[in-house]
Design a protein around this ligand. Structure first.
Ligand code: ATP
Length: 319
């Protein structure tokens, strides 16, 4: 197995100035230094509550945001923010709401052609051939090419979003809530299509979602983020059924997962820490039923807690 993506000490702090912060050096630590790898052909699920840094991480991975520190490597090559085309040829982002992310004044054909011209310098005949192949793979009819984004239903629009991401011939696609806006019946179709395309094009996926049942079903491994940091990482079939970090357990207990009884979440305090004034210790300590003094004083590192599972916790849960 080869490594598709390697992230080392990747972090983003948004500097804040002016207004209340005039003259101060304040910053929101949206992503705290994190490291992980993704194997070629793997689907890595990324979960966490709103504000935990999922979008910031995704935007750094596709070169839309410059990291404050750390490195991103795809297939062994370090990415350079000064070369956005290199990012585009290797990694693409599929937005949650494809209709509003596509230019409403351009036809689907014009939208599909743009990355082929910009990233690959293809001539008209090459572009036509490539677009026809991709449309065939995502089961879209060629007459759709002359239409505009608003003319499509949710499921069709999502397939166009996939087609656009595929047009660049990337190695990795980041799927940001790819099915959350769709009806359940259409969700299954889009998920099946994504699975087939992954094999057909030998792709690697990063799958971001709030829906733990969907993430568990599609992922090989899952990363759980809390307050900008990885708190747990492990095999999809283990992470929610045998969580080691108390936060993962809280998420799993509060999510309605088919076949698993729904329990009230164990928690002391539902508030996230202030990102402008993070606590010195574990960011989850204020909510954690297992927290002790050490948790309030130092921030635990991610450590192996058995098999292929890692957790950042001084008191990981037992099997
Ligand atoms: N441009 C910005 N300037 C300042 N702070 C920001 C900026 N973008 C994001 N943040 C902050 O960084 C943190 C992480 O935000 P991010 O959008 O990455 O989270 P998320 O997990 O994707 O949330 P959601 O699921 O709601 O999209 C939040 O505290 C957010 O307020």
């Amino acid at each position: 197995m080869s490594v598709a993506l390697k992230v080392e000490n990747l972090a983003k702090t948004f500097a804040i100035s002016g207004g209340l912060f005039r003259g101060q050096k304040a910053g929101v630590r949206a992503v705290r230094p994190m490291s992980f790898g993704v194997e070629t052909g793997e689907t890595l699920g990324i979960v966490g509550e709103s504000g935990c840094g999922k979008s910031t991480l995704a935007r750094m991975l596709v070169g839309l945001l410059e990291p404050t520190e750390g490195t991103i490597e795809i297939e062994g090559k370090a990415l350079d923010n000064a070369d956005p085309k290199a990012f585009g040829r290797l990694i693409q982002y599929m937005f949650q709401d494809p209709v509003s992310s596509l230019n409403p004044r351009k036809t689907i054909k014009q939208i599909m052609e743009a990355p082929l011209k910009r990233l690959h310098g293809m001539n008209r005949a090459e572009r036509d051939k490539r677009i026809a192949e991709i449309f065939d793979s995502v089961n879209l009819r060629s007459e759709f090419l002359e239409r505009y984004p608003h003319e499509f239903s949710g499921g069709q629009a999502q397939r166009i979003g996939v087609a656009r991401a595929l047009a660049a011939a990337p190695r990795i696609i980041i799927l940001d809530e790819p099915v959350s806006a769709l009806d359940v019946s259409v969700q299954a179709q889009v998920l099946n299509l994504l699975r087939r395309l992954k094999d057909e094009f030998n792709l690697t996926y990063l799958f971001i979602s709030h829906d733990l049942a969907v993430v568990e079903a599609v992922s090989d491994r899952i990363v759980v983020l809390y307050f900008g940091a990885v708190v747990e990482i492990g095999k999809a079939e283990e992470v929610f059924s045998n969580p080691k970090h108390p936060y993962t357990k809280l998420l799993a207990d509060s999510a309605p997962v088919v076949g698993r009884p729904l329990k009230a979440p164990e928690q002391k305090d539902s508030e996230l820490p202030d990102p402008l004034n993070p606590p010195p210790g574990c960011a989850f300590a204020t909510r954690c039923p297992r927290a002790t003094d050490i948790c309030r004083e130092s921030d635990p590192a991610l450590e192996r807690v058995g098999g292929d599972q890692f957790a950042a916790c001084f008191h990981p849960l037992e099997d």
